[in-house]
Design a protein around this ligand. Structure first.
Ligand code: 13P
Length: 265
């Protein structure tokens, strides 16, 4: 459903991180699809996407295509380069050839553990767009940033940097994931998420125009569970969730996807 007020279809995305091999991925995606079908989920009202490890993507692609499952999928990272002497890297062209819809860019774990900076994130965002993939641009402040600069300064600066080389209308998703909320059990409040999401939407408007700002889904991520998803989804600028740990539990992820049952709207 395009939500009446915004026209944006909510997106619930599961970032598997370094979990589930390709055999486990096949079983998982099959069960998830059955669970959502059993619950009579209307896939016009919510888009569902999974982000498995690279080595699972071919299996997930084949299963989704063969069984015509109404699920989308993407990779967790891509190279800024298209081809060449870059051992261990994966090109956006390869991901597109596997029918990936999305690719995560700039997840805080990659920023922290793999030293990815704003320039890398901008180059990867451009690479995704160049290959017809929708980048899910992840931004968020650490606990230290929060204390020093407040909540929105760092995510706003990160998004400006990611969009620096982009002009004109683009198909992107933005995920606001406060680092202190990831895997901590301590989610942001819906009001905090809304406040930052509103500012991120303004960054998009300033960088690439109001039309893209109006159509871009802005997700919240960080300790999302079935018990707190409704609060986030009631916010006008929050259009979905990027879920880590809870996306690996089929019953729990399926409840998060069916947030409309408990949103009370
Ligand atoms: P958790 O949902 O486990 O807090 O992880 C969030 C996240 O990093 C999704 O990308």
């Amino acid at each position: 459903m395009a939500r009446m007020t915004t026209g944006r279809v909510p997106l619930i995305a599961g970032n598997w991180k370094l979990n589930l091999d390709h055999l486990q991925a096949i079983a998982f995606v099959q069960k998830l699809a059955w669970s959502l079908k059993d619950a009579r989920l209307d896939f016009d009202e919510v888009e569902v996407a999974v982000f498995p490890p690279y080595t699972d993507l071919r299996s997930v692609q084949t299963l989704i295509a063969a069984d015509k499952l109404p699920l989308k999928f993407g990779a967790q990272n891509l190279s800024e380069h298209d081809s060449g002497a870059y051992t261990g890297e994966i090109s956006g062209a390869f991901l597109k050839a596997l029918d990936c819809d999305f690719v995560l860019v700039g997840h805080s774990e990659r920023r922290m553990l793999n030293g990815e900076g704003d320039d890398d994130v901008a180059a990867k965002t451009a690479a995704a767009i160049r290959h017809g993939l929708v980048p899910v641009i992840c931004v968020g402040e650490s606990a230290e940033d929060l204390e020093k600069h407040g909540q929105s300064a760092v995510p706003v600066a990160q998004l400006k940097a990611a969009l620096a080389g982009i002009t004109g209308a683009v198909d992107i998703v933005v995920a606001y994931e406060p680092v202190w909320a990831i895997g901590s059990g301590q989610a942001a409040t819906p009001e905090q998420a809304e406040q930052v999401a509103g500012q991120l939407r303004q960054v998009i408007a300033d960088a690439v125009g109001q039309d893209t700002a109006d159509s871009t889904r802005i997700l919240y991520g960080g300790s999302v569970k079935s018990g707190n998803i409704a609060g986030f989804m009631r916010q006008p600028n929050v259009d979905g969730a990027l879920v880590g740990g809870a996306s690996l539990d089929i019953a729990e992820f399926s409840k998060i996807i069916r947030f409309q049952n408990h949103v009370g709207v």
